[in-house]
Design a protein around this ligand. Structure first.
Ligand SMILES: [Fe+2]
Ligand SMILES: [Fe+2]
Length: 277
């Protein structure tokens, strides 16, 4: 069973007619099924899919890793290209009013559409806190327990409730898992609840301990030295065979990972396609 992981939207563009934007969208193909994890921020996912000759009408399911704009803002264009009803698997909290607070003020960073508009374009939301099985070998995590002592939620993330802005535990954060013969392939959105927490949870819910690949956003951007190096140690202890961390990993961290993991590190850019046995 081969899995193909294609980055349709990423912060950096690969060589060719690809667009880059701050955001993430990854196509996962395995078991004869095409699952789209996230949609990027705007038009890059559909543009880059066209460049790669990927026909969106062939997409079987969409998974949303969480409700931030840089993973959901491309949904309108994606749904217009899919041109049929499509199930969107996500957590109910994706529809919370999500904000980012900085010294300069607060900014809305939630889904930039009304649910009704997306439904009128064919979206059929399947919202659940639990893991969702898509095929025999492809599933999503549900809510991710935080068990490591070095991974924390980004303190700039909030949700707007009746009581005002409250810290966002990002319960909606989830990843896609492919169970391959060589171990787990884990595709992350932003890993707001911790990349290593996500891997541990994937191992728990599948009963598979080998980790073939970890690809996607790690939220190691701006991580403390301790957080970064504990994560690197854990990835090595887990025997991670291939690492393609991108998006909210940020280039300075990516360069450290590239050095630490050598030929096992893949620099994932818009247009990158990874084949995994
Ligand atoms: Fe995010
Ligand atoms: Fe993100």
């Amino acid at each position: 069973m081969t899995a193909y992981i294609t980055a349709l939207s990423e912060n950096t563009a690969g060589m060719g007619d690809f667009l880059a934007e701050w955001g993430l969208s990854i196509l996962v193909e395995s078991d004869n099924v095409r699952v789209l994890l996230d949609s990027g921020t705007s038009i890059s996912a559909v543009h880059n899919a066209e460049t790669l000759g990927i026909d969106f009408s062939q997409i079987d399911k969409i998974v949303l890793s969480h409700g931030h704009y840089d993973h959901t803002g491309g949904l309108r264009e994606v749904l217009r290209r899919i041109k049929k009803e499509v199930e969107i698997i996500a957590h109910p909290d994706i529809w919370q009013a999500k904000y980012h607070r900085r010294k300069t003020g607060e900014r809305f960073i939630g889904i930039p559409f009304q649910r009704e508009e997306l439904e009128s374009l064919g979206a059929r939301f399947r919202l659940s806190a639990e893991p969702v099985k898509i095929t025999e070998n492809i599933m999503t995590t549900g809510e991710i327990p935080m068990v490591t002592d070095y991974e924390t939620i980004d303190s700039g993330l909030f949700v707007k409730l009746d009581s005002g802005l409250e810290p966002d535990p990002v319960m909606d954060d989830r990843a896609v898992i492919v169970k391959s013969e060589q171990g787990l392939i884990i595709i992350l959105g932003c890993a707001h609840r911790g990349m290593i927490n996500t891997i541990y949870h994937a191992r728990d819910i599948t009963g598979i301990s080998e980790v073939q690949a970890v690809i996607g956003g790690s939220h190691l951007i701006g991580a403390s030295e301790e957080h970064l190096w504990q994560s690197i140690t854990a990835l090595k202890e887990l025997g991670t065979q291939k690492l393609g961390l991108c998006h909210c990993t940020d280039l300075p961290v990516i360069s450290i990972l590239a050095q630490e993991f050598g030929e096992n590190f893949v620099f994932v850019k818009a247009g990158s396609r990874i084949e995994l046995p």
